[in-house]
Design a protein around this ligand. Structure first.
Ligand code: AMP
Length: 375
């Protein structure tokens, strides 16, 4: 299957070729025809599957066909749970739409609203937003959603986890009844299903890499290790494998800081990103990581959402997540869109129940590796 066979138009094919997308990913193959046909979609897919292009390409194509202009108003609204993800979706849309006369902008909280309001005033066709800032600017009268024809709720499960449901419930009534709705979630818990049912009209369900069987491309191993030896083991594995770029997950912000500090001390450049850091500091760390100035990024789960680094080779679960699905999200950061990845997990005694939950969800064993760092 090629993008051309999916009936995408020439102005989109050029940029895709330039970006090195040779063929559609499964979620793109499944979603694009339905979306071009005007259907609503309930998509179960995690980051790394190519879901952004799966919704962005058909929306761009439909807006291009509608011959919209700078004064047509906001035609597409894309809601994302984190600023990182919102920025990344926007960056992708800018790249995909370089041959089109369609304007897009991104708004998110944590920074002064002035520049965002200025770009809204210029006229925006595609708005990518985090819920809080969107609502805020709507209430101030800077944003009208009455022209929206395409509405995307991305990472709906994270939205609910992060407590955005109230904001979302206030935003939805401001959208026209008649529109195409696209709903993406990595997991399908009952509350997700309920929200989807209220939003979608006769949706087509598409699903890739179901949560219980994450990418077979990720090589997963586990090290049973005492809590106080984890940092030594981490440094050892980074050095032994000559790892130049890795994402390390901790459960807490404080833990992230401690790990980053210790790595830096031993000559492995590292930064922590989490909710206590300023927007600037987070963006700086992410940029440094992307351009290989920083070898290791230490992140909490929420901060890690939306980190999009092509061909991220290594993920460390320095601490195991309490919720098994989070493990799947984490290792989904590696081995993305066809490239291979490695996930190392550290498990101490207290984390054994979490580990059991993970293997149960995955329906498979994770390779156990012996090491010399216990006592
Ligand atoms: P996403 O799941 O949307 O976050 O996409 C994950 C990564 O895959 C991003 O870096 C995309 O640029 C990339 N990507 C998306 N679609 C394709 C494709 N068809 N071929 C190669 N890479 C892709």
């Amino acid at each position: 299957m090629t993008f051309k066979e999916l009936n995408l138009i020439q102005p989109l094919l050029g940029p895709l070729d330039k970006m090195g997308y040779t063929k559609p990913t499964p979620i793109q193959e499944q979603s694009i025809p339905h979306l071009l046909g005007g259907r609503d979609i309930f998509g179960c897919a995690q980051t790394g599957t190519g879901k952004t292009a799966a919704f962005a390409l058909p929306i761009l194509q439909m807006l291009d066909a509608a011959k919209i202009g700078p004064r047509s108003g906001i035609k597409a609204l894309i809601l994302a749970p984190t600023r990182e993800l919102a920025i990344q979706i926007h960056e992708n849309i800018v790249l995909y739409s370089e041959n089109m006369n369609i304007s897009s902008t991104v708004i998110f909280g944590g920074i002064n609203q002035h520049s965002q309001v200025q770009s809204l005033k210029k006229g925006v066709n595609i708005l990518i937003a985090t819920p809080g800032r969107l609502l805020d600017l709507m209430q101030q009268g800077f944003i009208k959603l009455n022209m929206v024809t395409h509405f995307v709720l991305d990472e709906a499960d994270r939205m609910l986890d992060m407590g955005f449901i109230h904001d979302i419930k206030k935003i939805i009534p401001k959208l026209p009844e008649q529109k195409q709705t696209i709903f993406f979630s990595a997991t399908v818990a009952p509350d997700i299903k309920k929200l989807a049912d209220t939003l979608l009209k006769k949706p087509v369900s598409v699903e890739v890499t179901p949560v219980a069987s994450p990418s077979e491309l990720v090589d997963q191993s586990v090290y049973f290790v005492d809590k106080n030896h984890k940092r030594t083991l981490l440094k050892h594995l980074i050095k032994e494998n000559n790892i130049q770029q890795a994402l390390v997950f901790t459960r807490t912000k404080h833990g992230a800081d401690k790990v980053a500090k210790e790595l830096s001390k031993s000559g492995i450049s590292a930064e922590a990103i989490h909710g206590n850091k300023s927007q600037n500091a987070r963006e700086r760390a992410l940029a440094g990581f992307k351009n290989h100035e920083i070898r290791v990024l230490v992140a909490t789960d929420i901060a890690s959402r939306g980190i999009d680094v092509d061909k991220l080779g290594y993920v460390f679960n320095f601490e195991l997540p309490e919720v098994a699905e989070t493990y799947v999200h984490r290792i989904g950061r590696t081995g993305r869109a066809g490239s291979e990845g490695v996930a190392f997990s550290f498990c101490d005694k207290e984390e054994l129940p979490y580990f059991k939950g993970i293997t149960k969800l995955m329906k498979r064993d994770i390779r156990k590796v012996e090491h010399p760092f216990n006592n």
